[in-house]
Design a protein around this ligand. Structure first.
Ligand code: NAP
Length: 322
C-alpha cells in the first residue's frame, strides 16, 4: 500500500511517500481501508519531534473508511462496516490496523469525508465544552483560532448551546468566516490587544472560560481575559508551547484555574468514546454544526497539507485522500 512516513524529525520535507506491505490485523484489531484521512495539528508536533515518536513513523491519528479484515476475537465490527477512528498513528496510508474497540461505526448520513473531518476535532470540542467546563447558555466564552479545524466546530457548538462567542482569528478574511459561523465578536489577534478587547466586550468582567489552542503567542492575552476564578483551557501549541510560569500568576490574575487537557483522557473507555462520537454525529445530523472541509489533498501531497496548516493558510478541516 501507499503511505507517507518520516524517518527523521523536521520540517514538512521529511515526509516521504513510500510503498509498504499492508498491515495484517493482530488479535483484537481490525484493518480499515481508508477513504479519507483527517489532518490534525498534532501530526505536525509528531513530525517536528515536539511530541516524541518512534521512528520510522507513519503519522496520522484520524481516518474513516471500510473494515476489510478482522483479527482473531473481534466481534465489535465485521468486514464491510463503515467506521472511523481517532488516536494512534498510521492514518497517512491507504489502510491501517486499529484496536477494534477504538473504532466508531458511522451512522447513515455521515460519509467518510465528513467523519474524517469531524471525529477527532468534534470529540475534542464535545469534551472541552461539555466536560472540562460545562458551558451554559448566556455565558460569554473566548475561542482562539476560531475558524481552524477545531475552532469552526467549537464556535458552532457554543452558539448551538446558547453561549456568546468571542472569536480570535488571524486575518480579515478569517474574521468574515468567523462571523458566518455565528461568532458574536471577532478579534484580530495579530493586531489587537486580546485582553483589552475581551474586557471591553464583557464590561470589564472577563470570561469564565477561555479555549486556547495557540499556546505561546496567546498565553498572556488569554490570562488577562479571564474573569475572577475563570478557567484557562490550554489545549494546543500551534504557535509553540506555553513556557513555564509560576503558579502565583494565577493568584494575581484573580484566583484563576488552568487545565491542559488532552482528548484521549476524555474518550479513554469504549463507553466514553461511543458517547462522545454519538454527540458529535448528532450535532451534524441535526444541522447545528455544518462541517467545512476547507482543503483536500491527495495522500501523496501530505507535505503540502502540513505547509498549509503550519502556514495558517487553511480554514476548517483538511483531508488527505488515499
Ligand atoms: N488537547 C487536545 O486533545 C487537542 C485535540 C485536538 C486539537 N488540539 C489542538 O487544537 C489546535 C487546533 O488544531 P487543528 O488541527 O484544528 O488546527 P487548526 O486550528 O486548523 O490550525 C491552527 C490554527 O492556529 C492558528 N495559529 C495561530 N498562531 C499560529 C502559528 N504561529 N502557526 C500556525 N498556526 C497558528 C491559525 O489560525 P489563524 O490564522 O486564525 O491564527 C491556524 O489556522 C492545535 O493546537 C491542536 O494541537 C488539541
Amino acid at each position: 500500500m501507499r503511505a507517507v512516513q518520516f524517518t527523521r524529525t523536521g520540517g514538512p520535507e521529511v515526509l516521504e511517500v513510500v510503498d509498504v506491505p499492508a498491515p495484517e490485523p493482530r488479535p483484537g484489531q481490525a484493518r480499515v481501508r481508508h477513504e479519507a484521512t483527517g489532518v490534525n495539528f498534532i501530526d505536525t508536533y509528531h513530525r517536528t519531534g515536539l511530541y516524541p515518536v518512534k521512528l520510522p513513523c507513519i503519522p496520522g491519528g484520524e481516518a474513516a473508511g471500510v473494515v476489510d479484515a478482522v483479527g482473531e476475537g473481534v466481534t465489535a465490527v465485521k468486514v464491510g462496516d463503515r467506521v472511523a477512528y481517532s488516536g494512534g498513528f498510521g492514518a497517512y496510508a491507504q489502510a491501517n490496523c486499529v484496536p477494534a474497540d477504538r473504532l466508531v461505526k458511522l451512522p447513515d448520513g455521515i460519509d467518510s469525508r465528513t467523519a474524517a473531518a469531524i471525529l477527532l476535532k468534534g470529540m475534542t470540542t464535545e469534551a472541552f465544552v461539555r466536560r472540562t467546563y460545562p458551558v451554559k447558555a448566556g455565558e460569554t466564552v473566548l475561542v482562539h483560532a476560531a475558524v481552524g479545524g477545531v475552532g469552526q466546530i467549537m464556535t458552532q457548538w457554543l452558539k448551538a448551546i446558547g453561549a456568546e462567542v468571542i472569536a480570535t482569528v488571524g486575518s480579515e478574511a478569517k474574521a468574515a468566516r468567523a462571523r458566518a459561523l455565528g461568532a458574536d465578536h471577532v478579534i484580530l489577534y495579530r493586531e489587537q490587544d486580546v485582553a483589552a478587547e475581551v474586557k471591553r466586550i464583557t464590561g470589564g468582567k472577563g470570561v469564565p472560560v477561555a479555549y486556547d489552542s495557540v499556546g505561546k503567542d496567546t498565553f498572556e492575552g488569554t490570562l488577562g481575559s479571564l474573569a475572577r476564578r475563570g478557567l484557562f483551557v490550554s489545549f494546543g501549541n500551534a504557535s509553540g508551547p506555553v513556557p513555564p510560569f509560576p503558579p502565583a500568576r494565577l493568584a494575581a490574575g484573580g484566583s484563576l484555574y488552568l487545565t491542559r487537557p488532552t482528548l484521549f483522557d476524555y474518550v479513554a473507555t469504549p463507553e466514553e468514546l461511543a458517547e462522545s462520537a454519538a454527540a458529535v454525529f448528532d450535532m451534524v445530523a441535526s444541522g447545528k454544526i455544518r462541517i467545512e472541509v476547507g482543503q483536500t489533498f491527495p495522500l501523496a501531497d501530505a507535505r503540502q497539507a502540513h505547509e498549509a496548516l503550519e502556514g495558517r493558510a487553511t480554514v476548517g478541516a483538511s483531508l488527505l485522500i488515499p
